[in-house]
Write a protein that binds this ligand. Sequence first.
Ligand SMILES: [Zn+2]
Length: 224
Amino acid sequence: MSHMQIFYKLQQPFFDEEYLVYGDPSWDKEYGRAEWANEVIVETIKCPVYPSHQRAGERIGNLVILLPSGKTADFVWTWYSDCLITDRVLRLFEEAKFTGFTVKPVEVKLKDQSGKELIAPPVLWELVVTGKGGEADPRSGIRQIYACPHCGLKVYSSFQDGVIVNEQTWDGSDFFTITGYQFIIVTERVKNFIVEHTLINCVLIPSQNLVWKVLTRPEDLYPG
Ligand SMILES: [Zn+2]
């Protein structure tokens, strides 16, 4: 039997979770999350047939964010789960020759500078994942359950038993997503690198151990 790789979800810390592999829940409150500034524009997708299919589409232009404080960790997360990294982390990732991502510049503003000394905002980059994992292994239980022919809406079912990456469909990138889900998955090489460099304000969870936490599952809303 061939060696099965372990993959990890890279995410923000949540104060009420426990991380067995890497990450500290206390980072959630320590660093907080960045807000989108008002000038961030997102296209709206409207369905010509079903009004309920209206949703946010692509963001137009680069991110403009408000940082909660002048204290910046290696990773910064927005309320919409955008993953931002510092200039230093970008250089480290490039030196390590990680694949499957590109970066976009971020305009950073500090949320509240009243009564404080003016601090120069840090340079941050939006980590844009380009690697493709394809469809997850069928054992994950993720399948397309609905597709709207009018607006292109696609709905995928929840995962049942963690997310098992299908190494046959995975393009080999260090950073990638799987079909139907936006969250970032990384290789063991990235995980080891983050642990060795003790990069702050990120969490790594083995994808096979991911638990579906929301009460509703998409398949309850779109049966069939
Ligand atoms: Zn539709």
